[in-house]
Write a protein that binds this ligand. Sequence first.
Ligand code: ARG
Ligand code: ZN
Length: 851
Amino acid sequence: NARILADYQPSDFAILSTELEFDLADQATRVVNKMHIERITDKAQPLILDGEQLKLISVQLNNIELSESQYQLNETSLTIDTEAQDFILTVITEIDPLNNTALEGLFKSGDAFCTQCEAEGFRRITYYLDRPDVMAKFTTKVIADKKQYPYLLSNGNKIAAGDLANGKHFVTWQDPFLKPCYLFALVAGDFDVLRSSYTTVSGREVALELFVDRGNLPKAEHAMTSLKKSMQWDEQTFGLEYDLDIYMIVAVDFFNMGAMENKGLNVFNSKFVLADQSSATDTDYFNVEAVIAHEYFHNWTGNRVTCRDWFQLSLKEGLTVFRDQQFSGDMHSAAVTRIQNVRVLRAQQFAEDAGPMAHPIRPEKVLEMNNFYTLTVYEKGAEVIRMIHTLLGQDKFRQGMDLYFQRFDGMAVTCDDFVDAMADGSGIDLSQFKRWYSQSGTPELIVKESFDKQQQLFTLTIAQVNKPSKQQTEKQDLLIPIKLELLSDNEKTQHLITLSDSQQKFEFSGYSVKPIVAFLSGFSAPVKVNFPQREQELALIMVKASDAFNRWDAGQQLLTRYIHALVQDADFTLPQDLVVAFKQILTLPGDAALKAEQLTLPSFDELVEQFEQIDPIKLLDALKQIRLFLAQGLASEFHQQFQRLSGRAYQNDGQSIGERALKNVCLAYLSHLSDYQSLTVNQYQNADNMTDTLAALHYQALTASARFSEQIKDFEQKWYQTPLVMDKCFMLQALFADESIFNKLAVLEQHPLFILKNPNRARSLIGAFSHNNPRYFHCLSGRGYRFLAKHVAALNDINPQVASRLITPLIQFKKFDSKRQAMMKTELVNLSQLSNLSRDLKEKLDAALGN
Ligand code: ARG
Ligand code: ZN
C-alpha cells in the first residue's frame, strides 16, 4: 500500500475550523475534536478520516451522536457515510501519551507532554484529514493539573485561561493562520523560561520565549541570541518578517529528529538548544544556531507556503536548508561552512543516492513518509536550490522568491510551482532544470582538456553520465551550472558555464600557454568529477585558486589519489612533496579554520563512496598509513603549532574557534605518535571548554590509548547528571578502536543510563559505533553487524523511526567485499523476519533485499 506521486487527488472536503480540547493525563488523555467541514467537490464520496492507535469514544454529526452502524472503523481510518455538504463533526478519542515510545503524536518527554505531528503524527491524536493541503484555523484548549503543568502551550495567541476544579487549570490558544495539522503543537509542563523580545523591521513587537528544563536557563542564552540573528537576517536577506506576537521554543530530551517548526511553537531536541562553555563544543554552538535558524526560516518557507502533499517535502526542506546554510555562511566563514556542507553531501548523500533507497529529491513512491526525511530531500534539495541561485544570480533569485510568496502565500503547493515562480520572477528558463526534481543518482562529469597553441585556444570537453539505476532505468541529461576559474601566469578568470547536453565543448581563447582549471568552484553542482589533472596542477590550484572550495578540494583530490594508490599497493611510497604541501598550509599565514579543513584527511565515508566495492579494512589501513606518514613527516611543525595555540583562555569568537580547530587537528596527528602520548592526557586535564575536552578523549579512543579508561571514568563522574554530555560519553566509548570494544559495548548496554527509549542515547552508542568505528563495525567476525541488528530489532518495537535511521550502514552493503556483503545481508534477512515488522523498516529491507 505504497503511495504514488502521480495518484494525487485533491481532498473532497475542506476543514474550515478545528476546535480541540485536551484533558491531559498520562495514560488516558481525552481529546475532543470539533471540526467544521465542508464538501468541496461534487463527488458523492464518504468522509474518510485518518487515525491510528486511537480509542474512539464517540462521534457526533451536527451534535447528534452517531451509532456504530453509522460509521466504519478500522486500524487506520474512520469512515462516515454522509451526504451532508456543510456540517460539524465532533470526534472524541482517548490516547496514551505515557506509552507512546514512538514519539509521534502526543507523548511524554520526561515530565512534560509534547507533540510531534510531522509528517503523519496528528492521526495519532485524533481522527482527521491528515494531509498538508487541508488547512484549517485551529483553536486549542489545554486542561491539566496546575501544579505539575504550570505551562500549557499551543500555536498562536493565548485567548483565555483560568482555574478549574480539582487543582486543574486551562489555557486556550488560537492560531489566526490557516495551517495543516502537521504544524499543530501542544506542550504542557514545568519549565524555566528565558524571555526576550524582538521588534520587527515594520515595528511589530514579538515576545520571544524559550522553555527549558528547570536549572538550564544559562544554557538557553545562545539559542535566544541565535533566534534574534535569524529574525534579522531573514528581514535583511529576503524581506521576510515574523507574523505573530509570540514565538515560543521548547527544548525536550526525547525527540526523534532535530527540531520542528510548528507555527509559533517550535519543539526542539534539547541538543539543538542548550549550550554553554563547559558542556557544549564549538560544533554544538554552530549547530544550535543553524537549527534555530532553520526552524525560524520555516515560518515562511514551510508554514506560510506549505506542501501540497508529502512528495513535495523538498519544497520546504531543500529551500529552508539552503536558507540556513546561507545564514551560517554569513554568520561565520562562508568558505568553511561550504566545505563542511560539501563533506556531508559527499559522505552521506552520495552514498544514499547510490544505495537501495535512492530517490529523487521529489520521491515518487512512499510507504512510510518518515523514511523520506533524508539527506537527499534535505541536502541535495538544498544543492538544487543553490544551483537555481547560481543560474539566476543573487538579485534575480530574490525576484523569484518575491514572486513565489506573492503567488502562494497561504497555500499548499508543489515543487513545480516553486520553480515556475523562480523562472517567471527572473525571466530565466528552468524547464530542463526541473529534471533535478525527478531524477535520482549523482551525475558524473567527465572532463577533458585540449590546447591549440597556434590558435591560442583552450577547450574543455565535458560529458555528463547519469547512470541508470534499479528504480530509474533511463536517465535524462540535466542542466548543470559549472563555475570554474582559469589560472594562467598573469591572470585568473572566472566563468559560469552551463552543461545541458550529454557532451559539450567550451572554448576559451587568447591563451598563449595552457591555463590550469580550478573546476566546479564553490561546488556549484552536486556531482562527481572525473578530471585527470596532473599532480603539479592540483598543487598549484591548492595555493592559487581564488575560491576556497577549489583550494581545499585540490588538496583532497591529491590525498585521495594517494589513498587509492595505497589501497592498490600497501608498499606504494608516498611522495615527500605531500609533506611539503602540508607544511606550507600549516606554516603560511591564513585562516585557521580553513587550514584545519585543508589538513583533515577525507573521511572513511567520503572514500567508500569512490569505490565500486571495497574491503573496508584495506581502506582503513591506507588511511592509517597516510596519517602516520604526515604525522611523522611534520611532527615538529604540528607540535609547534599545537603549542602555539594551546594554553589560551577560552573565547568563542570566530578566530578563537578556528584556532581551536587547527590546534585539535594538530593534536589528532600527534596522538598517533608514541612520543606525544602525554598531549591528549594533559589537554584533558587542563581544558577549560568542552571542545578541547572532547578532542582529547576522542583521539585517545581512536588510538586505543591506555589512559582512556581512567579519563573517561573521570568524565563520566563529572557529567553524570547532564544528559547531553552523557550522550557524548557513550559516543566516545563507542569509538574505542581495539578488539576490546565488544566487551565494552556489552558493559555499556547494561549501564543504568543507557536508555534505548531515548533517541539521542540510542544514537550515541549504537549510531556512533556503527557509523564511526568502521574497523570494528566491519570486523570479519560479524560481531559489529550483529550488534547493530540486535538493537534495530529491539527498536523496531519501541521506536520504528529511530530503528529505520540506524539501519542505514547495513543497507549499504553493496559497497563492501563479498564476504562482508554476505554477513550484512544475513542480518537484513533476519530482520525482515521479525514479527511486527514496522512499515519504516519493511520499506528499507524490501529495497535492500530487492523484494
Ligand atoms: N520539519 C522538521 C525540520 O526539518 C523535521 C521533522 C521531521 N520529523 C519526522 N518525524 N519525520 O525541521
Ligand atoms: Zn526543516
